[in-house]
Design a protein around this ligand. Structure first.
Ligand code: NDP
Length: 488
């Protein structure tokens, strides 16, 4: 006799630990700066440890660039640029293809290092970050000899040397988003990884060596915010591409005001995920979970404002809470883990401050009960209901596994509430009606709108925001334009 549906769904399935082995990792004790095609000690910088946020253990020492190092790096990138731009376009493409293939070959190692350095679940680094990083190099390798077609048949030239500053939430993927189009267009690039996650960028430097990329085409300068600020202010740079917080984006924009340095900014978000009453609710709940708990919510386009139509509010919240209680929080290297470690002590503190504000402003908090490891930085998935649009948790980017629920009655109210944000990066729409989805999508001021899905990325599609989420697009042919000047 088969058990009833109720009995079957009440069974709690336990998982045995399934840790990925880290034995195959070939990390060095120390990584220098990657300048002129080789690793070198910092001349006026220093070495700092990078730690594993899941256990607070140091993984390796990494060089931080000082002002003299930045000047030397810019000189090397300037020297290399005309030769790189002068290569036959198909030759440039070959290097990008090679890098993509080498990322694939070293995918397992890169995934483990990404999870160790950043805290994200291995399932995500293995299935999302690393394959997408390779896909970006493949995609832009294909564009290298077709730039002309990517910009409406205009005659184009590279900008020169570009400075690229990336955050810690998708370290290798953000590096690929930035480097691949810049190189395809004939620029040389100086990349500054985030302070807490430099390792996969340094492995990418090794890959550039293996691919025999000409020296100076890619430079990797780890460091802290000061390194980023000094790179921005370096006089010989033709363009800055930045992904990170709105506050730092603003600072960079002010520093470059009045200069002939091009700029693209991909900043924060407080994206609305809108669930209409006619949606397939079980599917929507999966999308809500993926929208906010993917990568611990450290995602610029996270669906952190959940807008639910009032008629299905209780049902959606009940299903969501049931689903959340089954999320597995813990060791990022365990293949069963859904939610890994928070990237740093500072980020954990920011999340805690905003969650405390949510409680003190009167929202109702529910956090799943789970056993958290003794060491490392952790925050269990949290749901806030009774949230008003003025609450800080409905307005500010939390960048953690915390979702704030608001409700609406009509389509017009959903649009108004979704657009009531200083950000405009992404949105999700859950409905069974195609026409409604298109109508709502065209009324939303958001750079990316997903329909009946969330957090899906593809190198062929443009990504970027409106308002305080920044400007400029990355991905697809639109991602070429910020790295080119139109001659005629
Ligand atoms: P930041 O904006 O400070 O960091 C992003 C990158 O910029 C890092 O490489 C950082 O270096 C560098 N940087 C820091 N200060 C400067 C500066 N003055 N000039 C140039 N570069 C600089 O983000 P945080 O890591 O401090 O995170 C803070 C908040 O920002 C998060 O809580 C989240 O809300 C938001 N954020 C949004 C992201 C997004 O994708 N939209 C990504 C990351 C954060 P370093 O790491 O060494 O400080």
């Amino acid at each position: 006799m088969t058990a009833s549906a109720e009995t079957r769904t009440s069974i709690v399935w336990d998982y045995a630990p399934a840790p990925e082995s880290a034995d195959h990792i070939r990390l060095k004790d120390r990584y220098g700066l990657f300048v002129g095609g080789e690793f070198r000690d910092p001349a006026d910088g220093r070495y700092e440890p990078t730690i594993n946020p899941a256990n607070e253990e140091p993984i390796a020492e990494v060089a931080w660039a000082g002002p003299g190092d930045i000047a030397a790096a810019v000189e090397s990138a300037r020297e290399a640029q005309p030769k790189w731009a002068g290569l036959r376009e198909l030759e440039r493409a070959k290097y990008l293809f090679r890098i993509a293939r080498l990322i694939q070959e070293r995918a397992r190692e890169l995934a483990v290092v990404e999870s160790m350095d950043g805290g994200k679940p291995l399932r995500e680094s293995r299935d999302v970050d690393i394959p997408l990083a390779a896909a970006h190099f493949f995609h832009y390798a294909g564009w290298a000899d077709k730039l002309h077609y990517g910009v409406n048949a205009r005659e184009v030239a590279p900008l020169g040397v570009v400075g690229q500053i990336v955050p810690w939430n998708f370290p290798l993927l953000m590096a690929a988003w930035k480097l691949a189009p810049a190189l395809a267009c004939g620029n040389t690039a100086i990349l500054k990884p985030a302070e807490t996650t430099p390792l996969t960028a340094l492995l990418l430097a090794e890959i550039c060596q293996e691919a025999e990329l000409p020296p100076g085409v890619v430079t990797i300068l780890p460091g802290n915010g000061e390194t980023g600020a000094a790179l921005v202010r370096s006089k010989q740079i033709n363009k800055i591409a930045f992904t990170g917080s709105t506050a730092v984006g603003r600072d960079i924009q002010a520093a470059l005001a009045g200069q002939d340095t091009k700029l693209t900014l991909e900043l924060g978000g407080k994206s609305a995920n809108i669930v209409f009453e006619d949606a397939a609710l079980d599917q929507a709940v999966e999308g809500i979970v993926n929208g906010i708990f993917f990568n611990q919510g450290h995602v610029c386009c996270a669906g952190s404002r959940l807008l639910i139509q009032e008629s299905v509010r209780d049902e959606v919240i009940a299903k969501l809470w049931q689903r959340m209680r089954r999320l597995r929080v813990g060791d990022p290297l365990d293949k069963n883990t859904d939610v890994g470690a928070i990237n740093s002590a500072e980020q954990l503190e920011r999340i805690e401050v905003l969650v405390a504000a949510g409680e003190s402003e009167g929202a109702t908090r529910r956090t799943i009960e789970c056993e958290l490891p003794d060491r490392g930085y952790w925050f269990a998935p949290t749901l806030f209901t009774d949230v008003s649009p003025a609450h800080r948790i409905a307005v500010e980017e939390i960048f953690g596994p915390v979702v704030s629920v608001l409700t609406f009655r009509t389509q017009a109210e959903a649009i108004e509430k979704a657009n009531n944000s200083r950000y405009g990066l992404a949105a999700g729409i859950w409905t069974d009606k195609g026409a409604k989805a298109f109508e709502v999508a065209s009324a939303l001021k958001a750079g990316v709108v997903w329909q009946n899905t969330y957090n899906h990325f593809d190198p062929t599609a443009a990504f970027g925001g409106y308002k305080e989420s920044g400007f400029g697009r990355e991905g697809g042919p639109a991602g070429l334009r910020p790295y080119l000047q139109v001659i005629r």
